[in-house]
Design a protein around this ligand. Sequence first.
Ligand SMILES: [Zn+2]
Length: 296
Amino acid sequence: MRRLHFMQEVGNVLVLRAAKTKKKKSHMHGYIDCHCHISARDFDKDVEEVIENSKKAGLLALLAVAEHAGEFTKIIELSERFPGFIFPCLGVHPVQEVSPEQQRSASLQDLDAALPIIEKYKDQLVAVGEVGLDFTPRFVSGESEKETQKLVLIRQAQVAKELDLPLNVHSRSAGRPTIHLLKEQGVEKALLHAFDGKPSVAMEGVKAGYFFSVPPSITRSEQQKLVKQLPLENICLETDSPALGPEKQVRNEPRNICVSAEYISKVKGVSLETVMEVTTQNALRLFPKLKSAIRP
Ligand SMILES: [Zn+2]
């Protein structure tokens, strides 16, 4: 009798243990940085240390987005140097850098240079990006530049569809046209990074099934209303490193992902653990290729 009781208890403990292990397996424990410029020159000197520190801060993976064809190979190389941790996204950003001081609106030539390389690495990509629209007056002087940006985005939305990949999207001073264009193009999977449009426009995106990622600069930005309104089920985390850090003019790093998570946890009144679990599940749903590739 005593022995039977003992055996039953051992049995229960084993069942409990099995349940716990099972839970751990289905819930990847950690954050995903859904939008980051790890190929930026700012990280050339200490990328190893930056990645190490981000892992210590609880990061499981980061999506390395591109701005122009000139950095595609560097991004692919970084993803091969940190396999299962850095995941490449290639695309043409609406704003192109001429020099560190000078930028211009993207052109069809930028797209022509990028498309063959995207095709070449298509199997390695987890998304097409960074793509989008940027109607900041200092980058666009007239309607024709806006139209060209739209054409560049439309073509990349088509490529993403052909490759069955989600889009990693930038929109600045162009919230409404960006969301409307994505919907018109029948885009089903998109991440709107650091969205600066109205919450009402963002909610149109939520209805279309889009996700919105929140950078650490949220602690000092005007987009706090947006986070309040967005359902947690549509929120992902990002750092946009080296930009959009918690402090202006200081290099942002992927380890600051917890600044975003802590902010969301406060605003939503849920635990940090919940923010981690839900945003990571969201990222895995949006970028399904990550699921089998992350090495926790
Ligand atoms: Zn970016």
